[in-house]
Write a protein that binds this ligand. Structure first.
Ligand SMILES: *Cc1c(COP(=O)(O)O)cnc(C)c1O
Length: 360
């Protein structure tokens, strides 16, 4: 069976090497030495001054919304994973969807201003499949209307924009280190900001608001991660360059094999370095997409409908309609892409897709 993704597992002994230390210290969680080491190594690897390692990428978005005191309406994208929208609703705010650009799959900045009302306090945008949003245009609008910007950068490990880590941009940038992501710690996430006051606030949130064992600075939640999760991250990190290299190779193979057909992929933003985190394809209609999926499923191959459904159709949001996102959602799939996917498997997958697309 071939799935859309397969978590990268480092050689087992590299993970086990960290366990002796955990056993001898008997320090399992609560900002332990491996958590701090992982934060240091990630900051160094990514070239970012500050970050907080958290227990998942969803709480990272929730903490970012809270730290910026966003209220009322938050402008956001309908084309993302559900956690982007659900976090807004969970924090007691209202998501206002702005449709996407059909080529980059990211929120269309030209449509943002029309959606701003006196209730709007922020913009929460996703760099879809690791492809940077139009950061400059979004920042200009945010500055003009005094709005905060959060980027859901869950797909962006290693992505750069204008020569700097993508995590530099926005008031806060969040990420996920879930097992299915490019770099992972089984479960995990992070927040990035260059504002030290915000960073301090988020570090209180992460640990119940504790100032000392008996004093509480502010309200908080439990967003800590464990030594075991950090150990996985520390064992995966040294393999990132070979992971990226493999994914790039398979992505380029897919592109060369699929190029002669009516298959579109994502337009990558200029001035950015892409991380090959996903391989999305867009076919002419939902019918073709379903035929492709069925043909692959018959061969025990499981691409995934990312992202489906379009988030403006969720039953807990109201009165919104984003036709471009709905149309894209209806005919996009992400092809299998992971570290040890063989070239011959990618060739087999491309052959099946080409046959189905040609037959329509
Ligand atoms: C994976 C993902 C999340 C959620 O991250 P978790 O670590 O699974 O909580 C949020 N947003 C996007 C775009 C994602 O892909």
């Amino acid at each position: 069976m071939i799935n859309v993704t397969k978590p990268f597992l480092p050689p087992q002994e590299e993970y086990i090497d960290f366990l002796d230390g955990i056993w001898s210290r008997n320090w399992l969680t609560n900002n332990g030495p491996l958590v701090r080491e992982l934060e240091l190594k990630l900051k160094e690897y990514l070239g970012v001054p500050e970050m907080l390692y958290l227990n998942n990428g969803t709480i990272a978005i929730q903490i970012a919304i809270k730290a910026l005191s966003l209220k009322g309406e938050i402008i956001t994208t309908p084309f993302s994973y559900v956690a982007t929208t659900s976090s807004i609703v969970w924090e007691g705010c209202r998501p206002v969807f702005v449709d996407i650009d059909a080529n980059t799959f990211n929120i269309d900045p030209a449509k943002i201003e029309a959606a701003i009302t006196p209730e709007t306090t922020g913009i929460l945008a996703t760099h879809v499949f690791g492809n940077p949003c139009d950061i400059d245009a979004i920042q200009e609008i945010a500055t003009k209307h005094n709005l905060k910007v959060i980027y859901d950068a869950a797909h962006c490990f290693g992505t750069e924009y204008k020569g700097r880590s993508i995590y530099h941009y926005g008031d806060i940038s969040t990420t996920s280190f879930h097992a299915t992501k490019l770099f992972h710690t089984i479960e995990g996430g992070g927040v990035f900001t260059s504002d030290l006051e915000l960073l301090k606030r988020m570090s209180f949130y992460r640990n119940f608001g504790h100032k000392t064992p008996e004093e509480f600075e502010m309200v908080g939640i439990n967003a800590k991660n464990s030594e075991f999760h950090a150990a996985m991250g520390l064992s995966v990190l040294p393999h990132m360059s070979s992971i990226l290299e493999r994914r790039k190779k398979v992505s380029q193979l897919y592109s060369s094999l699929l190029k002669d057909n009516e298959i579109r992929t994502q337009k990558i933003t200029s001035n950015s370095s892409y991380n090959y985190s996903y391989y999305p394809i867009v076919v002419d209609s939902q019918e073709v997409m379903l035929d492709v999926v069925n043909a692959l499923n018959k061969k025990d191959i499981f691409p995934r409908r990312y992202f489906f459904p379009s988030l403006d159709t969720l039953n807990y949001v109201e009165g919104q309609h984003c036709p471009i996102s709905r149309d894209l959602s209806s005919r996009i799939i992400c092809l299998p892409l992971f570290y040890d996917l063989k070239e011959s498997e990618a060739e087999y997958i491309a052959k099946i897709i080409n046959e189905i697309v040609k037959s329509h």
